[in-house]
Design a protein around this ligand. Structure first.
Ligand code: 6MZ
Length: 382
């Protein structure tokens, strides 16, 4: 190929990438696995770091280097979360980051978002798990750039969920609508009692948008038996549960999680042949976090990510960001990565996004409304 032909081929490839990226933004999307503190904008973290540095609590230049660094091992992530929590854990800031995170997801046509976050006790800040959650809920109420649908009753005949058509991207002045629900995370560092408190809090807040429980945190910390009573309590109360599973090769725990049969599973990276078989026969939907798994070593590369195997086996899947701030990604980018890595076309990506509707923890009214969103978008996008 001569230089001219090579330049033309490169220009065509660039154009094709641009078209696919725009299409992935226009695609209505459902986000089921997003940690609040992992989804904070870098600019907000830097602003908060500057404020704490001015008060002499931290050294800005040190923190800036850590926030802006690209590669992140799994253990580095958990050290970073300790820093993030120093920056974000006060009521006003929790409300602020909640507002911003919702606005960021809405901006890229996420029509349904389940945010998960760990309710925190922090005596020095006068914070209880309850007051932390009140701040999160306040944040949802202050969202300006999009209309947040927090209750099923808000979905009436005159108010259906909408997303911005491809033809209007960029120039659209209508407010986007985004349905938001909350999952309360149990951190693996917590005691059985603290985990039970979180489940009881989820029950108390079920009329305020809380619809599920998540088990997360550093996978090399803690024991399954510690959280089991709380997870069983949630099950008895009928609260849907999602569990981080197999981020590391902890055979005993992976087995126990699969036996527990939660409504959804996150990650499922380090399974052995028997565990894959068991997972596939269970048909438990999996929250796939491509960028996160590759960055933290849960998958060897994008090409070798277990998405391909599960997708080919027609296992129920939904693409998710995990920590869009921490890993510098977005849900649109995760869809683009699936297209560019595994060769899925627009019709297949559309189906993947649409299928996720069936795995949301919200009730039938919301599902019905989401199915309508996809029906309306189908003509233009498929
Ligand atoms: C396990 C993770 C995680 O709850 O303070 N978290 N847990 N694996 C991951 N993969 C990289 N990413 C985030 O959000 C931050 C908390 O979410 C969990 C960790 O417990 C982290 O402290 P919240 O809003």
């Amino acid at each position: 190929m001569d230089a001219e032909a090579a330049a033309a081929a490169a220009a065509a490839a660039k154009e094709k990438e641009k078209d696919m990226r725009e299409w992935c933004v226009a695609l209505p999307k459902v986000e089921l696995h997003a940690h609040l503190n992992g989804s904070v904008r870098d600019s907000t973290l830097l602003e908060l770091a500057k404020q704490l540095s001015d008060k002499g609590v931290i050294v800005f230049e040190d923190v800036k280097g850590v926030i802006m660094k690209n590669g992140r091992s799994l253990q580095e992530c958990f050290r970073l979360f300790e820093l993030y929590h120093i920056l974000t854990t006060d009521h006003d800031t929790v409300a602020r980051i909640t507002k911003e995170v919702v606005e960021d997801f809405a901006a890229e046509n996420v029509v349904y978002l389940e945010i998960r976050t760990t309710p925190k006790n922090n005596e020095a800040k006068g914070m209880t798990k309850r007051s932390y959650m009140n701040a999160v809920i306040k944040g949802l109420q202050t969202v300006e750039a999009a209309e947040v649908v927090l209750f099923d009753s808000n979905l009436s005949t005159d108010k259906t969920l909408t997303c911005t058509p491809m033809s209007e991207l960029g120039g659209d002045t209508r407010k986007k609508m985004i349905c938001v629900r909350l999952l309360l995370s149990i951190d693996r560092r917590e005691t059985t009692l603290a985990a039970l408190d979180t489940v009881n809090l989820a029950m108390e807040l079920k009329d305020q948008g809380v619809i599920g429980i998540d088990l997360s945190g550093n996978p090399v910390v803690g024991e399954w038996e510690t959280y089991l009573p709380a997870l069983e309590h949630a099950k008895e109360l009928g609260i849907p549960i999602t569990i981080h599973c197999g981020e590391v090769a902890n055979r005993k725990e992976i087995q126990a999680v699969l036996d527990f049969c939660p409504q959804r599973l996150g990650h499922v990276c380090c399974l052995n042949d028997d565990e894959w078989k068991k997972l596939k026969s269970s048909m438990i939907p999996v929250e796939i976090c491509l960028t996160s798994n590759v960055m933290t070593g849960g998958a060897p590369s994008l090409e070798l990510h277990h998405f391909a195997d599960l997708y080919n086996a027609k296992h129920p899947l939904s693409l998710c960001t995990d920590d869009s701030g921490l890993f510098s990604t977005s849900l649109s980018n995760e869809y683009y990565l699936v297209a560019s890595t595994f060769g899925l076309g627009k019709a297949e990506l559309f189906q993947l996004a649409q299928d996720a509707v069936e795995f949301v923890f919200a009730g039938d009214e919301v599902k019905k409304s989401l199915r309508e969103v996809f029906k309306r978008a189908e003509k233009e996008l498929k």
